[in-house]
Every structure is written in C-alpha cells, then in structure tokens.
Design a protein around this ligand. Structure first.
Ligand code: ZN
Length: 424
C-alpha cells in the first residue's frame, strides 16, 4: 500500500476484468444501454455476439484471449477515438452489465476497496436519472453500508463516498434533499461530498448557482464539480467562462478544467459551434466585466458581435477574428488571475484528459501557479492507477518537488481534511 490520497475517481470506473466478469455473469446485461450509446456514435450496433460465441460469460475460468475480448469493450485505450462520448461508450458497457441492486453495490465496494492501494480514497457514484427517489435512497444507503462493512475488514485504509448528482434540473435538488436525510443517519460520515459529473455540454453551470449557495450554507458536504472537461459543442471561450463561474461559486474542488490549457494552435483557423444563447451569455459576461472596470475589453466590438446575432438562429458558428482571438487569451488571463486569487483547487487527471480532450493541461496549470491535485479518474477503463498518473505527471513536469507538493495537495484538499478543518 502507498501513502497516496486519491480524490478523483469513480467507483465503477475502478473495476477490472474480474469484476466486470462477475457483473456480466451475475444477471442478464441490459445490452440496450451499450448498444444505443454505441450506435449513436458509430451508426451501427456493436458486435456483442462475440462475447457469447467465445463463452466469455459462461466459462468458469477465462483464458487470455477471452479476457482480451472482454477488455476490448470497456478499456478506453489508443485504439479508440478520443472524445467524451467515445469514453462514455466504454462506461456504458459497464453500466449495461450492472444493476446497482443492494447486493451488487456492496460487493462492488468490497472489490474496489480490496484493490485500493492508496491509504485514502474518495469514490464517486452516479445513478441513472430514471430511478425513483426512494430507489436512489435505497442505493445510497446500500453503498454506505458497504463502506461501513469494509471499514472493519480493511482497517489500514480509508474509503469515502461522493454522490455525483444528475445534472438535470430539478432532479439534483431532489436527490440532494435525500442525501441531507441520509447524512443524519450516516454515523461514520462515509458520504462526504456531492459532485456533478457526466456529459456537461448541455448544462451551463450558472443555472446551478442558487443550488450551490444552498448546499454551501447547509455545510454538510464538500462540493465538487466536473467542468471544462469536454467542449465540442460549446466554444473554448464559453468553456473557460464556465470554469470561472464555478470557481466564483467557491466549490471545494473543480474537476478537470481542461479547456483552460487550450493552446493557440488548437483554436487558430478553427470553427466552433455553440448555442446562440451560450454565445449571448458570453458576450453579456464580457460586457458586465467591462462595466466592473475590466477596461481591456473592447466594448464596442463586443456589442457589435451581439448585434450581428440574428433572432431566428439557434446555433452559431464562430471563427475568431484577430481581435476576438486576442480577447480570448486576455479573458483567459483574467480567469487565471481569479482562480489564483481564490485559490481554486483543480483536480487534474492526465491520462483521462489526454484520452478525452487530446492533451493534458497539467504543465499549463503548474506554470500558471494554480492549486492542483491529481486523480486517476477511471483507472479500470483508462488502464491506469494513481501511482502511474504521478509517474506521468513527473514525465510532464520533470520536477520531483512539484510532484511532492501535489501529493500533499491531494491530502490537504481531500474532503476528509476539509471537513476536519471545518470542525476545528
Ligand atoms: Zn471524473
């Protein structure tokens, strides 16, 4: 076991081939979840028949070839195209095999914590938006029971639970109310935080401002938020603004924030597409910054961009002119300054970011003096571990002292430490 603190990982993303096999043998898979997700992206159905032809779920012991076939469905490696939705297909394979009934959840907690090499780990879990609130409650309680059981067995390591709420309004508010009730009976304080995860691009963070203020006031859980992780249907500028909006809400930790590290080559001569409403939000944001004294914003130009948007349009194509290009980087400087001022904490997951966004912004974060932690995200799906992620970080940053500082940050900004700090 190592002394590391893992603070960005997802429970079912930690599963390895034997766990996946256990799930697949246990109950009939809900293949439609995986098939639909696959078909949406590739336009045809995946070849799941091979799993049956090769007796993957029926043989009592699998040979290497059978294991490789199984792995080919859920491991998001270099043979698969980058992008969040491609990653989601791999996760949906696991979701298709799972049923999240109480027995399964407890067994999964046992298996994952048994395999945990870190001294401390926080596991995130998100449930389907289609389950009822009473099912949601039952599942969360089962997880907490599972964590309480393993606590006695693996007393040399600690494992905590974070609930990732569904991004859809008003579901997250209702789920949160359930969690507040559960908090009262969670004697060992297993459930330490809430999070927002999964596909983000349809869900502007500013809509959750009141909710986050309420959660902060209740002061029961740490607040974590995945943002700026994928930005194919919003412009880079909007994605960076989303990070700024979340930072301004002073959540405890920000997940990924990859778009901050966008380079000049990534946006030069590119055309971005986003909803007109998002474009207007962004231009209004710049205008309000100008009114607050940010005089670097060429306000007449921003107003002219707004004027050019026609009423009937829903989607807008954007190609940055030289001036807008400059505004983008000036705006990013402004956002970086705000993040530094607030000491916003970013969880960076190198392998995950490279596979989903195509690059790791970690060196950019460090050279801009941001507060950074490192997580493995989904070590099973991404075929990694936290230890490996720190090795990758060292190869990117080439500075052991910085790595040591990040390791300390993982502990310092863990929900456990944040809550101990709160109680003292
Ligand atoms: Zn994540």
């Amino acid at each position: 076991m190592n002394e590391l603190y893992e603070i960005h990982t997802h429970l079912y993303g930690c599963l390895h081939v034997d766990d996946i096999l256990w799930l697949g043998k246990r109950k009939k898979p809900r293949w439609e979840i995986f098939e639909n997700s696959y078909q949406r992206i590739f336009g045809h159905k995946p070849n799941i028949e091979i799993l049956y032809k090769e007796n993957v779920f029926t043989d009592s012991v699998l040979n290497e070839k059978q294991k490789e076939i199984l792995r080919s469905f859920y491991v998001f490696d270099d043979s698969k195209p980058i992008g969040f939705l491609n990653f989601q297909i791999c996760f949906d394979f696991i979701i298709a095999l799972s049923h999240t009934d109480p027995d399964e959840l407890k067994e999964i907690v046992f298996r994952v914590v048994q395999n945990q090499y870190e001294k401390y780990s926080e596991y995130r879990m998100m449930f389907s938006p289609f389950i009822s609130l009473s099912e949601f409650e039952e599942k969360v309680i089962s997880l907490i029971e599972g964590f309480n059981q393993v606590k006695k067995i693996f007393s040399n390591k600690e494992a905590k639970l974070i609930l990732s709420l569904n991004r859809e309004y008003p579901l997250y508010e209702r789920q949160y109310e359930v969690l507040k009730e559960i908090h009262k009976i969670d004697r060992e304080k297993i459930l330490v935080g809430i999070d927002f995860a999964g596909y983000e691009e349809e869900y502007p963070p500013n809509k959750k401002k009141d909710f986050i203020q309420k959660v902060k006031k209740d002061n029961l859980f740490c607040i974590l938020y995945h943002v700026g992780e994928s930005f194919q249907k919003i412009s880079p500028a909007s994605s960076i603004r989303w990070i700024e909006e979340i930072s301004k809400m002073e959540v405890h930790r920000i997940g990924h924030a990859v778009s901050l590290g966008i380079t000049e080559e990534m946006i030069k001569n590119k055309i971005f597409v986003e909803k007109v409403s998002e474009r207007i939000d962004h231009l209004n944001y710049l205008e309000s910054l100008y009114n607050q004294g940010e005089s670097w914003i060429p306000i007449d130009f921003v107003k002219s961009l707004k004027k050019n948007i026609q009423d009937h349009m829903e989607i807008i194509k954007i190609q940055y002119s030289d001036l807008e290009y400059r505004i983008f980087f000036d705006f990013r400087e402004y956002v970086l300054e705000q993040l530094r001022m607030r000491k916003s904490v970013i969880e960076s997951c190198p392998t995950s970011n490279m596979k989903i966004a195509g690059f790791s912004p970690l060196p950019f974060f460090i050279s801009n003096n941001l507060e950074v932690c490192i997580g493995a995200d989904d070590p099973g799906i991404l075929d990694t571990s936290l230890e490996k992620e720190f090795e990758i970080a060292l190869s990117l940053l080439k500075d052991q002292e910085i790595i040591d500082k990040i390791k300390k940050n993982n502990k310092k900004y863990s929900c456990k430490s944040l809550q101990e700090y709160k109680n003292n």
